[in-house]
Design a protein around this ligand. Structure first.
Ligand code: CA2
Length: 141
């Protein structure tokens, strides 16, 4: 059987994981955790990682892979709460999106409670730390 093509897309400031605010986001960098995930699923998944702090680059990436990949695991960071453009990009491609948040956004500030991404996602995984990305990959297998 051919491998699934899955991309993890992280939005703004997630390049700082493991470097600041460990009480909220943990001690591991995403690059370290990505290697764990790649190893774990190497027999079943071609796993790719993309991170950008720029809304347009995130949208370009979604357009680029959104008709050829089996899954998009998306943590849009703070753009989750602000970006109609990202929501439209997800709605405009074929590849299904699982929305992930490391922290439980519902235990945090009110402005983090609304997501523009959720409506166009097949599901949402919130508050399980980096393991949420692992759970999201499993939904495509
Ligand atoms: O919990 C999540 O995964 C978030 O998407 C993370 C975003 C936040 O704006 C969302 O409300 C919830 C922020 C990511 C910032 O990550 C940092 C990591 C370390 C140090 C500073 C920021």
């Amino acid at each position: 059987m051919s491998k699934k093509k899955i991309i993890i897309i992280n939005g703004p400031n997630l390049n700082l994981l493991g470097k600041r605010e460990p009480e909220i986001y943990g001690h591991q960098t995403f690059e370290q955790y990505f290697e764990v995930l790649k190893d774990k699923y190497s027999d079943r998944v071609d796993l790719v990682y993309f991170q950008s702090n720029h809304e347009g680059f995130l949208i370009d990436k979604i357009h680029e892979i959104g008709f050829s990949y089996d899954g998009i695991v998306l943590n849009a960071g703070a753009f989750t709460h602000t970006s109609i453009a990202l929501a439209d990009a997800i709605a405009g491609v074929k590849t299904p999106v699982v929305e992930v948040h490391i922290s439980n956004v519902h235990k945090r500030e009110e402005f983090r409670h609304h997501s523009y991404i959720s409506k166009n996602s097949i599901g949402i995984i919130i508050g399980f730390g980096l393991r949420g990305y692992d759970f999201a990959i499993q939904t495509y297998l």
